[in-house]
Design a protein around this ligand. Structure first.
Ligand SMILES: *Cc1c(COP(=O)(O)O)cnc(C)c1O
Length: 370
């Protein structure tokens, strides 16, 4: 059996469309910004039910440039979940602000909105809900808390392109949303890429300026800027892929439901919980393996040719870069984040697998767990 965790080459399904798109950029002679980037920004904003989209260099900078555009920096605090990819917290550190970690829900691994209010101080300026594994955070409740306390809400939608919450797309739910087009994401480029979707034109303009050396006008630099732009070759690839995204996400959902049906009730394994009001896009299918057996189960699956991954083996406060740095992180007790870090195991799930592949993984898991 050979079921790899991910197979990016399989996007060969639209190989010709991608090659044509790249060739179009090569022939255009325009290798920074230009029409391909504008077309993608336009289409992706519409896809996300948002009015504006600004392409940037990657997902980390989509987060950090938005915080900067809002004037968040030294002396400010930003609330982030303790269980996420490290970039969520790094973006806060990058602008000189303090990440304040909040625990996640035991059953979904998503930011526990009930704990947010207690983490707010006089310095708190924003909160970054992460739609982890492709499932939206309970945004209406979070927006209620944010509004009451005058906080901005920046969605980290890097794993959730196309997901919906109460019928609305992620990317249109908070005050702004950060996306990554890292190759493994649901919408992935052939290299790095990122974008911010945002409803207000002023923030969009500020992000565009910050990512372009702090200038709107060539050789006039109003603010200290950065170089963080979406590459036109990557934009062309994304323009070719975007029309297929809903179909790929629907297939991911079918595969996820195959796992849920095949594995539920099995002792020793905990299925991810699903929210009634959410339509997740299953960036990864992460189960939890109980009783300290994760390493053993992962090894047994590897021996059977089944690729798995850990998202993520350490919570933010357990990362070496943040260890012992109370001045750089503020965190209370984070038992659920630590549980996810110790027990999460991601099973193969990507658009180029078939239902029969999922059945093979289910059979293998039943055997190795027994
Ligand atoms: C991938 C990811 C990022 C960072 O995106 P890059 O494009 O790799 O910088 C941020 N947050 C989350 C939750 C991610 O999964």
């Amino acid at each position: 059996m050979n079921i790899p965790f991910i197979n990016l080459k399989a996007s060969g399904e639209i190989r010709d469309e991608i090659k044509e798109a790249v060739a179009r950029v090569i022939d255009s002679g325009i290798y920074i910004l230009g029409e391909e980037v504008e077309a993608f920004e336009h289409q992706f904003a519409a896809y996300c039910d948002s009015s504006e989209c600004v392409g940037v260099g990657n997902g980390l900078e989509a987060l950090s440039l938005t915080l900067r555009a809002w004037g968040i920096g030294p002396g400010d605090e930003v609330i982030v979940p303790a269980h996420t990819f490290i970039a969520t917290a790094l973006a806060v550190t990058a602008v000189g602000a303090q990440p304040v970690l909040v625990d996640v829900e035991e059953d979904t691994g998503l930011l526990d909105v009930d704990l947010v209010e207690a983490a707010i101080s006089g310095r708190t300026r924003a909160v970054i809900p992460v739609h982890l594994y492709g499932q939206p955070v309970d945004m209406d409740r979070l927006l209620g808390v944010a509004e009451k306390n005058g906080l901005r809400v920046l969605e980290d939608a890097a794993q959730a392109h196309g997901a919906r919450y109460k019928g609305r797309r992620v990317g249109s739910l908070g005050h702004a949303a950060a996306f990554s087009f890292y190759p493994t994401k649901n919408l992935g480029a052939l290299g790095d890429g990122g974008a911010v979707t945002v409803g207000d034109g002023q923030t969009a303009k500020a992000i565009r300026q910050l990512g372009n050396y702090g200038s709107y006008e060539k050789y006039t630099h109003q603010v200290m800027g950065f170089n963080s732009r979406l590459d036109p070759i990557q934009a062309a690839v994304l323009n070719a892929k975007l029309p297929h995204l809903d179909r790929w996400n629907a297939h991911r959902r079918d595969l996820a439901h195959r796992y849920l049906n095949g594995l539920s009730g099995l002792p020793g394994i905990v299925m991810p919980a699903l929210r009634a009001e959410a339509e997740p896009v299953w960036h990864v299918f992460a189960v939890r393996i109980r009783d300290g057996r994760r390493a053993e189960i992962q090894k047994a699956l590897t021996a059977r040719g089944i690729g798995t991954n850990l998202h993520y083996p350490r919570a933010v406060h357990q990362q070496p870069c943040y260890l012992g740095s109370e001045t750089r992180l503020r965190a209370g007790l984070l038992p659920n984040a630590e549980k996810w870090a110790a027990e999460a195991l991601s099973l193969p799930l990507h658009p180029h697998l078939g239902l029969e592949d999922i059945d093979c993984v289910v059979v293998a898991l039943r055997e190795v767990l027994a």
